[in-house]
Design a binder for this molecule. Sequence first.
Ligand code: S3P
Length: 178
Amino acid sequence: MTGARNIVITGFMGTGKSTVGRLVAAELEREFVDMDSLIEARERRPISRIFTEAGEPYFRRLEADLCRELAERTGLVVATGGGALVPHSNLQVMACAGLVICLDCEPEILWRRIGHSDDRPLLAAKDATRFTRLAALLVERQPAYARIQHHIDVTHLEPEDVAARVCELASRLPLTED
Ligand code: S3P
């Protein structure tokens, strides 16, 4: 591979991956790819409908294929969906081609941000069990997120501060490969 390695931003739903990714891409004058938006555009339907009409395994296959496709490219800033790098194979593919950074956040803050969201199929019904579901999924995902080399705790940070930290991290690590 020749060129600037990708910067890949991942982490649980509501950690601000897309907002931060867009800011980082603007700052570094790179192309930004939001995996969820690209999947929705190609499928011509929102993710919630992909889940109900085609099922979660179909969505996960689209994510895995897209990880491989994006890892073939260089110079991107990528925001993944919250589950995209949970399969170790997807993380390995992305880490070979780029710097992968996981955004971490306390569940109470995530709840404030996404507790009432309508487009998070994994959180299911908006009833009293929703927070429990979020917290349980966060715990279930921990081993997968823990495999990621770089982490930023975003609990008390604004997206602009997180973006600055991503840029700082990127500037300290080799971002080109020959
Ligand atoms: C998912 C997170 C969502 C989206 C899909 C599944 C997950 O993306 O990809 O609903 O498995 O955590 P965001 O993290 O951008 O909400």
